[in-house]
Design a protein around this ligand. Structure first.
Ligand SMILES: [Zn+2]
Length: 286
């Protein structure tokens, strides 16, 4: 997805401008250039999948983790700028715009409704990035919760960044293995191709594991397979024709939802499953 065009300085001005205490307001506004510079460094690193190199921004400006920051410290105030003046308050318009930027969907799982914003680099570790638009990603509460406050230690050690890692989807890496024995099951897994850059491959794996996408996708397949099965019960197809039919659906899901969406992976998996083509579709898939 496209990165937001909101200007960091403008968002920061609006979100800090209504801090109740004039001394806090002054202190926050005195940091504007530091925040704008931090955002530029972040953008430079993110475009190169190198957010792990931003250690010089960690716990800045006062050197304390904002998770442990004492009340009234500047790091705590930066965090509050997001919580009190962006989630609600003067900056709410920016929050809503960012949250709705992925057609209302979570940009991390592509499935849940975006009911929150996720800090790609967590605000406890990177308070300077608390209200920096390119660090704020529309997300569902589930993904936001799974991701926790993780700060990356190497290039592969973080979830995919929807604004900067779009090229990862030039490669096909999500698959679903469909088997009938010992019992009908579908296992989603990441299998990066050999020509995929190692940082992307590691990130795709990290993303899938951290967000527990296997569980999420498996919780969704029942309805999809039941409706497919009901359609086939009405108009049964011999295996070769069913294969063609499923192949067509896989292509449509790829075009609409992306080649690494769970639906595209599911239909590719069905195409490759002799067991499914030869009658597995009759399973009730409870
Ligand atoms: Zn999600």
């Amino acid at each position: 997805m496209d990165k937001p065009t909101l200007d960091t300085g403008t968002v920061y001005d609006v979100c800090t401008g209504t801090a109740r205490s004039s001394s806090v307001r002054k202190a926050l506004q005195g940091l504007k250039e530091t925040v704008v510079r931090a955002a530029a460094a972040y953008e430079f690193a993110a475009a190169r999948q190198a957010q792990h190199t931003l250690n010089h921004l960690k716990h800045q400006p006062d050197g304390e983790s904002a998770a442990k920051a004492t009340n009234g410290s500047i790091n705590e105030e930066l965090k509050k700028t997001y919580v009190n003046r962006m989630v609600s308050g003067a900056g709410r318009g920016f929050y809503n715009k960012l949250r709705g930027s992925c057609r209302g969907l979570c940009a991390l799982c592509g499935h849940g409704a975006a009911d929150t914003l996720d800090h790609q680099l967590p605000k406890d570790s990177f308070p300077l990035l608390s209200v920096v638009p390119i660090n704020l990603v529309p997300a569902c509460s589930r993904c936001n919760h799974q991701k926790k406050e993780h700060a990356p230690t190497h290039a592969g050690d973080q979830t995919l960044h929807p604004y900067f890692d779009g090229d990862v989807h030039d490669h096909l890496w999500l698959f679903a293995q469909v088997t009938g024995s010992p019992k009908p099951s579908i296992i989603f897994h990441v299998d990066p191709p050999a020509d995929m850059p190692p940082a992307f491959a590691a990130r795709a794996r990290h993303h899938f594991a951290t967000l527990q996408l296997s569980e999420l996708y498996n919780s969704q397949i029942g309805n999809e397979l039941r409706s497919l099965g009901m359609g086939l019960a009405r108009h049964p197809l011999p295996p070769a024709e069913l294969r063609e039919h499923l192949q067509e659906i896989a292509e449509i899901k790829t075009a609409v939802e992306g080649r690494n969406s769970w639906k595209a992976a599911l239909y590719r998996g069905l195409v490759d499953s002799i067991w499914y083509l030869e009658g597995g579709w009759e399973e009730p898939w409870r």
